[in-house]
Design a binder for this molecule. Structure first.
Ligand SMILES: [Fe+2]
Length: 362
């Protein structure tokens, strides 16, 4: 089951708040004096399942909390629908700080393992926002979509923002085409920018990790044009620099992507070199401080020029999720105005030593 605890996803300048309704009910969020309905073209949704309501970040940051209000329905009818009582629950909300250090935790490559993923996250302790960086599960059934929501709900309690990134394993399974109904998107897309306190970020989505015509995909893959659209999107973001990465108060710029695309790859995975080099160049021109990735199931920090890279980068690439027999690992980040501290965590407690990255790409 989807957890009933809401998850507050950061997309653009909004929060997309996802919550599960276990019985037929109308839903609304109260933020300060404003009320946001769960409505589609004038009709309040009533069906059980995962719902979402979008609220402006400014409103929720200022209010410091929100109330989820559910009006239960006895019977949804064409005429004279019968409603029952209203249940309400208040959730405090803590915006990411505008100044000083910002703590973020990134999980990835859970591959269905909830307990070890939570144990790895617990090793970092408190954080200001969470990044869910892909390969949480495959998309075999709607039930497979529950884990990403439930991990985020358990780790944030609905009180801290979450950045969601689609991984390549989320593309596998017959329900992959329905995933975007269960995750945050912007204009239907799984790539977007976000702003959380002093941190600005861009989420990119490489799609699958082999050529579109690889036999493993059985014909469903059309990721080349999807990646080309993101090249255009990167250019568009640069055209709007003043309201994106150059906006007042931004002291850290991050790119978050599941696949560690600048890394050297085995032949079957060595795809899209010119296109991905263009992404590196565009990220460099934005002054990106670090690229946060996962996918490889082991930790690494690759500085520009590292022989393990296949592309030219202008900032460090962190491969920050591990998954092996011994442990599942994630990464804690402490973003400060002039440096980024990278703290690896592992479910069995044996993680590599922290690394401090200087911000030199300015
Ligand atoms: Fe992956």
């Amino acid at each position: 089951m989807f957890s009933n605890t809401p998850v507050v996803y950061a997309v653009g300048t909004d929060y997309q708040i996802f919550f599960s309704v276990s019985r037929s009910a109308y839903a609304r969020l109260k933020v300060g004096d404003a009320v946001y309905d769960d409505v589609v073209c004038g009709i309040l949704r009533s069906a059980p399942g995962l719902r979402q309501i979008t609220v402006p970040q400014k409103a929720l940051n200022a209010a410091g909390g929100y109330t989820l209000s559910l009006q239960r329905i006895r019977e949804r009818k064409s005429y004279w629908t019968e409603t029952i009582g209203v249940t309400e629950r208040y959730y405090p909300f803590y915006p990411v700080p505008e100044t000083g250090n910002v703590r973020a935790y990134m999980l990835g490559d859970a591959h269905g393992d909830k307990e070890r993923t939570l144990a790895a996250a617990g090793a970092f302790g408190a954080f200001d926002f969470l990044i869910v960086n892909g390969d949480v599960n495959e998309s075999i059934s709607v039930r497979h979509f529950e884990l990403a929501h439930n991990l985020a709900a358990e780790l944030t309690g609905g009180s801290r923002p979450v950045v969601y990134v689609r991984g390549n394993h989320e593309l596998r399974g017959a329900l992959a085409e329905q995933l975007t109904q269960y995750i945050p998107t912007q204009d239907g897309n799984t790539y977007y920018t976000f702003r959380l306190g002093s941190v600005w970020g861009i989420v990119l989505d490489c799609g699958e990790d082999k050529p579109d015509d690889h036999g493993e995909y059985g014909g469903y893959a059309r990721f080349h044009p999807f990646r080309l659209a993101q090249t255009d999107y990167l250019r568009q973001v640069i055209r709007h620099a003043k309201t994106e990465f150059d906006a007042p108060g931004v002291t850290t710029r991050i790119a978050v992507v599941h696949t560690q695309f600048p890394r050297k790859q085995e032949p079957a995975f060595d795809i899209e070199r010119p296109l991905f080099q263009r992404w590196c160049d565009l990220l460099g021109s934005m002054g990106t401080d670090v690229i946060l990735s996962a996918h490889e199931h082991r930790f690494a920090v690759l500085q520009p020029g590292d022989p393990a890279l296949r592309l030219q980068t202008t900032c460090p690439l962190v491969i920050g999720a591990a998954n092996n027999k011994e442990y599942i690992g994630g990464t804690g980040y402490v973003f400060s105005p002039d440096a980024i501290r990278v703290e690896f965590t592992a479910s069995d407690g044996a993680a590599p030593a922290p690394v401090t990255l200087r911000k030199e790409n300015r």
